[in-house]
Design a protein around this ligand. Structure first.
Ligand code: SF4
Length: 329
């Protein structure tokens, strides 16, 4: 029962190590949270040996799940070796986060699959060429995406399709929900755009208000709830997602270790570093479990949309969610 409620990727007991192998990318997303200068990107590129060391350190910290991210990890030289090494070291679940462009190559998907990737996390930014290609900044990206998801399904691997909710796509969330159905997504995670990096530079062009997004998001949720697709939400203060508070990664996530740092709980780190609350949150019953809105969002749009909740946590969350959040380590 616990598993059915809180698990988003197959086993809630796993502890995940995330490695950003480099910050190079083959797309030009205007919403990217990275958006750092080329020189810094080069400096932040890890050597294969450095990655192997991080994998070993992750094992020593008790991690048994790996997430390979970037930048775009599929264009990292030696990425298949990284997956094989992780498998050899005993990681039980390996996920790769990608824009899907390179994965239109069937043989590459097969190579990843045979090396040990269990979850292909392929970002979906729109339900058609016009929106997806525009947001990703690469003509043809949507047709690559369609091939990539087909190859992943043919390999019988888990297809995880997060979407970054932004000005260009929020009105199409119900259409995107229908699209998840047509490509047989196993897991989705609509994520409210984080105004950092390029997304902060392009703030006025990419960041909608939460209150604009919610009606479309709820229509999309209605569509998804008629399917077996597992879903979560990210980047939403809990007061904006009434009735779906238990779906927030603020509530579900807890044990992500970030390689090359001393961050052993990314959710807590994100709360302190990138989220912001105001005094009125002290009177909110959700305060202890809510990470709040993005800091840079509040700096631009203020805090008026967010309203305190007075119901007790036990009225809002099933007991197993609260037990896991506060008592399971
Ligand atoms: S009022 Fe503050 S603490 Fe309460 S749910 Fe909203 S953002 Fe979170």
């Amino acid at each position: 029962m616990l598993k059915a409620v809180v698990d988003r990727k197959g086993d809630e007991s796993l502890k995940t190590l995330t490695i950003n192998v480099h910050y190079q990318c083959n797309a030009k997303c205007i919403f990217c949270v990275v958006g750092i200068p080329d020189k810094v990107k080069e400096e932040k590129c890890l050597s294969l040996d450095a990655i192997y060391q991080e994998l070993q350190k992750g094992i020593e910290k008790g991690c048994d799940s790996l997430c390979l991210s970037g930048g775009e990890p599929t264009i990292y030289d030696g990425i298949i070796n990284v997956v094989s090494k992780a498998k050899q070291l005993g990681y039980k679940r390996i996920e790769i986060k990608t824009n899907g462009i390179k994965l239109s190559d069937k043989e590459l998907v097969k190579d990843f699959s045979e090396a040990g990737v269990d979850i292909f996390c392929i970002s979906v930014q729109g339900h058609n060429t016009k929106i997806h290609d525009n947001v990703v900044g690469v003509p043809g990206a949507f047709s690559h995406l369609l091939k990539a998801v087909e190859h992943v399904k043919n390999e019988n691997k888990i297809l995880y399709t997060p979407t970054c909710i932004q000005i260009a796509n929020y009105k199409y969330l119900p259409d995107i929900a229908e699209f998840y159905k047509t490509i047989n997504s196993d897991i989705i995670c609509p994520t409210f755009i984080e105004p950092s990096g390029s997304a902060n530079i392009n703030f006025a062009d990419v960041v909608p208000m939460y209150s604009q997004v919610i009606p479309y998001l709820y229509k999309a949720i209605e569509i998804i709830n008629e399917t077996n697709i597992k879903w979560n939400l990210h980047g939403f203060p809990l007061c904006m997602i009434k009735d779906y508070e238990s779906k927030s990664l603020d509530v579900v996530d807890k044990t992500d270790v970030l390689a090359g740092t001393d961050i052993d709980n990314y959710s807590d780190y994100e709360k302190v570093t990138y989220r912001k609350k105001e005094l009125k949150c002290n009177k909110c019953s959700l305060n202890i479990i809510c990470n709040g809105p993005w800091k840079s969002y509040v700096d631009k749009y203020g805090f008026n949309e967010f309203q305190i909740n007075v119901n007790s946590l036990t009225e809002i969350f099933p007991p197993q969610i609260l037990i896991r959040k506060f008592f399971v380590h």
